[in-house]
Write a protein that binds this ligand. Structure first.
Ligand code: ZN
Length: 418
């Protein structure tokens, strides 16, 4: 998929009412699974996963309020943000004063609908509506209707595994639990779907595991299912909020200086476009799970504008117009460059370890190319990676990687440490 095709796919997914569980989330996984090979795992409600309990499955059918003058407002059928995610069923008549604590709006953005949820640690019910509409409500009797199932079922997550030459893994994770919201959250799933399509086109050194999970609970359920002792994670990224027009933001893994962290920052630096790199902090997405003390995997987070920084965050204004095809395409290009760099971050060993090799016809024709050649030959000691070379030489990673590949093909260096 290119940028426009990703945007089209996002537009198809947009109307579904996703949540931690339920049909909208399952349908989202099914639609992703039509494009890439994916296994869907079901975890029954009530299952203990690393001290958390898998919640009941939530499936809303209809929800609205009838005003004293007979108008239907906050209709779930018009916009699924009108109903608080995980609301309980309610059929009641009440005064405006009784109703008001269950209503939420954004006075600073009177035309936007906020996004709220009543997850299992804070059960209840509520509606979100435009502030303009809320401000116009008159005293009187209101009829509240919420028809939603909340009963034992399953939590679902999807995983796409693309095997490589080694069982060393690159973990790429995103979440699929927000209703009709685009940057946070559909941008992540559509970009990772497109990346999986690309990854499958070429043989790879690493094995790739792409996760599509309900945030927090899904990632924890996935971790609970793993033989953690056997996991060899070479690097990874949580991919989220990656379709807005802002520049790229990279949040480092908790390790901060892993090879994967350094490669991401090298790729961003070498692109020559503005970006920011920030240190790990405990707010965020599932990098919180992957960087927990017992794992401490080198998994950072790739975004454009970080969540809560853009005003549209968690509102109806985070829609298909806010996310652009250009930004989705650009994020995919950045991710592709990161993957290509991870794949080509090899070590090489000189076949002429004593004194400079006589290069003959292989002697590079330009000063710049000779500098690259000189650095690679000098640092091909079987221990220094392409990344180390690029950092030491202060030259673009891609140029060093190309020079190394050429010298390898010419027989002056060999891959690995032998
Ligand atoms: Zn969010």
């Amino acid at each position: 998929m290119n940028g426009q095709e990703m945007h089209d796919f996002m537009t198809e997914l947009y109307p579904l009412c996703r949540s931690l569980t339920g049909e909208g989330t399952k349908e989202t996984l099914r639609m992703i699974g039509e494009r890439i090979p994916m296994t869907m795992t079901s975890v029954p409600s009530g299952t203990d996963v690393l001290g958390w309990t898998v919640p009941d499955e939530w499936n809303p059918r209809s929800a609205y309020i009838i005003t004293p003058d007979g108008r239907k407002i906050a209709d779930f059928a018009e916009h699924n943000l009108h109903l608080n995610n995980y609301s309980e069923s309610v059929h009641a008549t009440m005064t405006l004063d009784e109703l008001r604590p269950h209503l939420c709006s954004l006075p600073d953005h009177p035309e936007w609908i906020p996004y709220r949820y009543d997850y299992y640690w804070n059960p209840g019910w509520g509606f979100c509506l435009k502030d303009r509409e809320l401000a116009s409500l008159q005293p009187g009797e209101y009829r509240v209707h919420i028809d939603a199932d909340k009963r034992p079922g399953n939590l679902h997550y999807g995983e796409c595994i693309i095997p490589g030459e080694t069982d060393e893994m690159i973990l790429l994770s995103t979440y699929i639990c927000h209703p009709s919201l685009c940057n946070d959250n559909l941008s992540g799933p559509v970009v990772l779907t497109a990346l999986a399509e690309r990854l499958r086109q070429l043989p790879r050194r690493y094995t790739y595991r792409l996760l599509f999970v309900p945030e927090v609970s899904g990632a924890i359920a996935w971790l609970a299912s793993l033989p953690l002792d056997e996991m060899r994670i070479a690097g990874g990224l949580v991919v989220m909020c990656c379709g807005d027009p802002g520049s790229i933001t990279y949040k480092r893994s908790k390790q901060g200086t892993s090879a994967c962290d350094r490669i991401v920052e090298t790729v961003l630096r070498d692109r020559g476009q503005s970006y920011s790199a920030i240190d790990w902090h405990p707010n965020g997405s599932d990098e919180r799970q992957f960087c927990s003390p017992g794992l401490n995997w080198p998994v950072g987070c790739l975004m454009r504008t970080a969540p809560a920084v853009f005003p549209e965050y968690h509102t109806s204004a985070d829609n298909c117009e806010f996310v652009t095809a250009t930004a989705l395409g650009d994020t995919l290009d950045v991710l592709t460059a990161i993957i290509d760099s991870l794949e080509s971050n090899l070590t090489y060993t000189s076949t002429h370890p004593i004194a400079e090799a006589y290069l003959g016809d292989a002697y590079a024709p330009t000063l710049d190319a000779r500098l690259l050649q000189g650095w690679v030959l000098a640092l091909s000691d079987g221990r220094t990676s392409v990344l180390d070379m690029a950092e030491r030489a202060g030259l673009p990673f891609g140029d060093i990687a190309c020079a190394a590949e050429l010298l390898c093909n010419q027989g002056f260096i060999t891959k690995g440490n032998s």
